[in-house]
Design a protein around this ligand. Structure first.
Ligand code: ZN
Length: 237
């Protein structure tokens, strides 16, 4: 009798493991996407460091043009990726940068036809912990540069893009919400113990983004894609 109960308990545990494992596969993917179209008209680009996948950035089609969220870490790798995707850098009309860390602005100079959108005016002097500037010697390429205030919305080729200030990982970190559905958070989710400017701020802004129920997809620099704000919340809490 006891053996039978034990068997049932073991089977139940096994079933639970299978359910949880499949949920985690379908709900979100905690990995850096290979370069490719990950959903209709939305592309991931993967950049490597020492042959290890290191960071994603994302490209969204807007009419006949493209909008880019972050630019990765390496121009040569990004050039190859664009070729693979059949996207010409000259068709990129806007670059939205979530923050000024080197692994998110690496290919900025490729997008010579684009306007740059960032969160704060002193973007290139953003701060990390201990008061250190993220990129002391960085010079922005010669391109139109628009800074967005918290809550600012712009329309580009039929897409509505809203900026949210989400400082914490760095002092200039922002997130961008496209068509109230696609949320690009950059490194909002990076563990504050690894790299942060202000842990309290980061926690505050994560909570704020978690309350945006209308969001369907959350795209991050180093953790792939979360297929709803619910799973983003589940992963974070
Ligand atoms: Zn990063």
């Amino acid at each position: 009798m006891q053996k039978k109960i034990l068997k049932r308990v073991l089977l139940a545990i096994l079933a639970l493991i299978v359910v949880l494992a499949s949920l985690s596969i379908f709900a979100y993917s905690r990995y850096i996407y290979p370069t490719g179209e990950i959903m209709p008209n939305l592309y991931a680009v993967r950049n490597y460091r020492n042959r290890n996948p290191m960071v994603n950035f994302f490209i969204k089609r807007a009419g006949e043009k493209y909008i880019v969220f972050d630019t990765g870490s390496d121009s040569a790798q990004t050039e190859n990726a664009l070729q693979q995707l059949g996207i010409s850098a000259s068709d990129v009309v806007a670059v939205f940068l979530t923050h000024s860390d080197w692994d998110h602005i690496g290919s900025l100079d490729l997008f010579y036809n684009a306007t740059l959108y960032t969160g704060i005016t002193d973007f290139q002097y953003a701060r990390r912990g201990r008061g250190l500037p993220v990129l002391p010697d960085f010079q922005l390429p010669d391109m139109p540069h628009i800074t967005m205030l918290d809550g600012d919305t712009i329309e580009l080729y039929g897409r509505l893009i809203q900026c949210f200030h989400t400082a914490g990982h760095t002092s200039d970190s922002v997130s961008f919400l496209v068509d109230s559905k696609y949320l690009f958070v950059g490194d909002l989710l990076v563990n504050p113990r690894l790299a942060y400017y202000n842990e309290e701020l980061q926690t505050f802004y994560i909570e704020r983004m978690l309350s945006m129920e209308e969001v369907s997809y959350v795209f991050s620099g180093h953790f792939g894609l979360f297929r709803s704000i619910r799973f983003f919340r589940w992963w974070w809490l």
